[in-house]
Design a binder for this molecule. Sequence first.
Ligand code: ACO
Length: 444
Amino acid sequence: MTKHFLEEDQELAHLELSPGTPGGSRTVNLPVLQGTLGPSVLDIRKLYGETTCFTYDPGYTSTASCESKITFIDGEKGVLLHRGYPIEELADNSTFLEVAYLLMEGELPTKEKFDQFSDNITFHTMVHEQLRNFYSGFRRDAHPMAIMVGVVGALSAFYHDSLDIHDPEQRMIASHRLIAKMPTIAAMAYKYSVGQPFMYPGNDLKYAENLLHMMFATPAGPYKINPIVARALDKILILHADHEQNASTSTVRLAGSSGANPFACIAAGIACLWGPAHGGANEAVLHMLKKIGHKDRIPEFIKRAKDKDDPFRLMGFGHRVYKHYDPRASVLRITCQELLEELGYKHEPLLELAKELEKIALEDPYFVEKKLYPNVDFYSGIILQAIGVPTSMFTVLFAVARTVGWIAQWMEMIEDPLQKIGRPRQLYTGDTLRHYIPFTQRGA
Ligand code: ACO
């Protein structure tokens, strides 16, 4: 194969195959699809049929896996839009539950529709009493993400009336259940790890308030929710709600493409999110900042991050899509500063260290040339720590927020008439055909 090129103003791209390709030298015309925003997309669906060649794209760096109307990212410019609305505007003016409605329904709700949606979510916040028994099967030192994967997957054993993915009503009930129960399940995972009694949800509370209540209240006394903390948490939830076809969302879509039930699909997404290259990064950022300890040691860690023989990377830096400052990190940088000031930590050492690290890295030619900027995880860990969330719960809260995006994307996929089971192919480089030989005839 020699080259392919996209001719402007034409609806077909010509792919020129070299004499070495099966079937010999020839030109194949590929339709060029144009979205409302973003780069053109070569439609290669018929490529294999016409050329008997697959494409090779590990990590999907050049592959659009689906069509979507939910979220748009321009990584070069640092733009993130949900249903067309900039993330900065949503973070400043909206609430997590309203963003959830927007992602799922496509429009901002009227007051009546929002109240109805809010009531639906509130109605489902409790979990089946028997589900509590699941927790006692885990060791107390289990990572809460391990508990999340297990318990969310187990929901499919409890809610048989919302498993039929072909029934829109059941899909909607499953979606509401997941959004409503995730904070309850997450808070229970935390309570279990610290040996405190589970707290029932408070349905008079807003989404983030309820999460704080279930995590930090105890039956022994009153717990007063700090509105500043609740607003900061709500903002973190908004900023993590969706991010187009990232690894965990693609996992949810792939799991869902086989017709698996929504609870199983979301459990698969949680498992993927747990990885340190994805949702586990904010936990890793905090560990890294603590390890650096003092700004005098920053150059040492910067040097290690640039060393190809050292596996160390600056956590919270770099992104597959953003080659610019992650817009979510910009919002969180300000939120972090404001929250810490409001809570009375004027010079929080970790924040000072993070800002210094960011400054030094952004002036370093290695990070400049590779376009490595702070991502959403760089400041979120400091905020979560300031509001008393233990590091092992950071990714869990990310999962609570991202559940909304996973569901919106899963619903869009199910409703897509072109939806097929996801089944990539491969470039096989293993042994060619060989025949079985018994033990006695095998060499050492
Ligand atoms: N520190 C040092 N070098 C880095 C970093 C980093 N954080 N990130 C990327 N690089 C370098 C790589 O070594 C590579 O260098 P090379 O071209 O000389 O080989 C180059 O930049 C490109 O990096 P890739 O790993 O190929 O980029 P990719 O798009 O596959 O990875 C990722 C993106 C996984 C986020 C990466 O930047 C990383 O590991 N960052 C740290 C972990 C992190 O913060 N993850 C959170 C991501 S945001 C989220 O999931 C919510």
